[in-house]
Write a protein that binds this ligand. Structure first.
Ligand code: ZN
Length: 495
């Protein structure tokens, strides 16, 4: 069903469960390293392979990082809580249970404020708990990379036991047609917050942050929530938005046809933007949770929690407000920068010496356009804030005009080296040589006698055509302002 029609008939309720792999040096319950990309099954030991007789020990750094996330999300911190065993079979989970937390999460009852289209929306945080990641299965031989259609699977346990924080929102109601944007803005803000805390690299493309997106619909005017689906492991911000939109349209069509929504997990497909049915969703009792007998309870001392609170860095929303004031930009401009993740780049460019307005102009103009054209994130463009600052300095110093600066940026993006390399290789300096400029102007005046006469007779506006001729003859390298001055001088006109 088209999105607008779906929204006329139904109201969406959202929920997000986000997993963040912590950036600790060792795993959650053993001393194995956690580096990404090592050869398969080289970062394992008896504990994370669950060999008989091995015993886990909790990673204190992971507990500290989780408490920091909880504090930054305005949560209460449990004074006493336990790990629990979540029992289920998965080939990539050697224990046949996952050590997680169940009814006693480490952090609970918080909130995160996000901004969407100028509105502040408070997203309630149900809980933040600590658990361990599973290994990774690779299904070989099928077209989709999923187990369906594969002829065999291989398992890498390097990831098994990496500390994982799960952040669960309360149901998010009242978002209406902004639901997809709200979901995306929440995950964006959460990612920035966790990054600012320095507890994870939150790389969605490497899977160190991934969100499960819950969506249900209720008919307009109804007070009763519909059945929700859970789209698993959505691993980009844009996909979060698309998954919500797709589920709203899909569920609306099913409900409008008199069908019912099945509680199930679903897979999101990056290529089509569609979700497809996964498995029917287990209930908590299916997991036979019980307190983990091999680990002592966690009882963080109140003084320790307060010292962690005191250590929290400036949080992203506070930082944005501060930078907005420093740069003197509007809410709208700030939101535009935030939307394409440009704030850090602009800040670094300013730190490298560019005036705020120039730093913003290049990142939000030419570079944003190029990122958009090539379908990459702004931060992934092969140009650094230092290089952008160098280009702005060359413009400010009169060595380049905007047109040439764009060509320099183009050269840097094409891998032709630093801005200075591009300028010398492509010969892009403005014509500063007065003699050369003067002879170009003489030629242009000869070639455009009519325009020159008009200027001589006092129609100064006609000088524009001559300046245009000079820019054309110099292939854009003349300083237009200086050329205009010289033209007027040569024609004996003063302004
Ligand atoms: Zn291990």
């Amino acid at each position: 069903m088209p999105y607008d029609e779906a929204l006329e008939r139904f109201e969406p309720v959202l929920g997000l469960e986000t997993h963040v792999e912590l950036g600790t040096a060792s795993k959650m319950f053993c001393g194995c390293p956690t580096a990404f990309g090592a050869a398969p099954n080289t970062q394992v030991c008896p504990v994370c392979l669950a060999l008989p007789g091995s015993l886990p020990t909790a990673n204190a750094q992971a507990i500290e990082s989780t408490i920091k996330i909880g504090l930054a999300l305005n949560c209460s911190i449990a004074s006493w809580c336990r790990f629990a065993r979540k029992n289920y079979f998965y080939p990539d989970m050697p224990k046949n249970y996952q050590i997680s937390q169940y009814d006693e999460p480490l952090c609970f009852d918080g909130h995160l404020d996000i901004e969407v289209e100028g509105r502040t929306i408070r997203v309630g945080i149900e809980r933040v708990h600590l658990e361990e990641d599973t290994g990774k299965s690779t299904h070989v031989g099928g077209a989709t990379g999923r187990i369906h259609g594969a002829d065999h699977s291989i398992v890498d346990y390097n990831r098994a036991g990496i500390p994982l924080v799960e952040i669960v929102t309360k149901p998010i109601e009242g978002t209406d047609r902004m639901a997809p944007e709200v979901a995306k803005a929440y995950v964006t803000e959460l990612r920035e917050l966790v990054r600012a805390l320095g507890v994870s690299d939150v790389r969605m493309e490497e899977g160190s942050m991934r969100s499960d997106v819950n969506v249900s619909l209720m008919p307009r005017g109804s007070a009763e929530w519909g059945t929700r689906t859970e789209t698993k492991n959505v691993n980009s911000l844009r996909s979060v938005e698309r998954a919500v939109r797709f589920e709203i349209e899909r569920q609306a069509a099913v409900l409008a046809d008199g069908g019912r929504i099945v509680q199930e997990t679903r897979h999101f497909h990056e290529d089509t933007g569609a979700t497809t049915s996964g498995r029917s969703k287990e209930e908590a009792q299916d997991y036979r949770y019980f307190p983990e007998p091999d680990l002592v309870p966690i009882a963080p001392a109140a003084e320790w929690v307060e010292s962690l609170r005191a250590e929290l860095p400036e949080l992203p929303s506070v930082r944005r407000k501060r930078l907005q004031n420093e740069w003197g930009v509007s809410d709208l401009d700030m939101a535009a920068m935030h939307n394409i993740d440009a704030i850090g780049l602009v800040e670094a460019t300013i730190a490298a010496g560019a005036p705020p307005a120039d730093a913003r102009k290049w990142w939000m103009g030419e570079l944003a356009r190029r990122a958009n054209e090539s379908g990459t994130a702004l931060a992934d463009l092969p140009i650094t804030p230092d290089q952008v600052a160098r280009v702005t300095a060359m413009v400010a110093g009169g060595a380049l005009n905007d047109k040439l600066a764009r060509q320099v940026l183009e050269g840097v993006l094409a891998g032709e080296g630093t801005p200075d390399d591009v300028v010398s290789a492509r010969g892009l300096q403005i014509v500063n040589d007065e003699g050369e400029l003067s002879s170009i102007i003489d030629q242009v005046i000869l070639d455009n006698a009519d325009a020159a006469d008009k200027v001589r007779s006092g129609k100064v506006a006609a000088a524009g055509a001559l300046v245009g001729g000079v820019m054309k003859a110099s292939r854009g390298k003349a300083d237009a302002g200086r050329a205009r001055q010289l033209i007027l001088e040569k024609l004996g006109v003063t302004e």
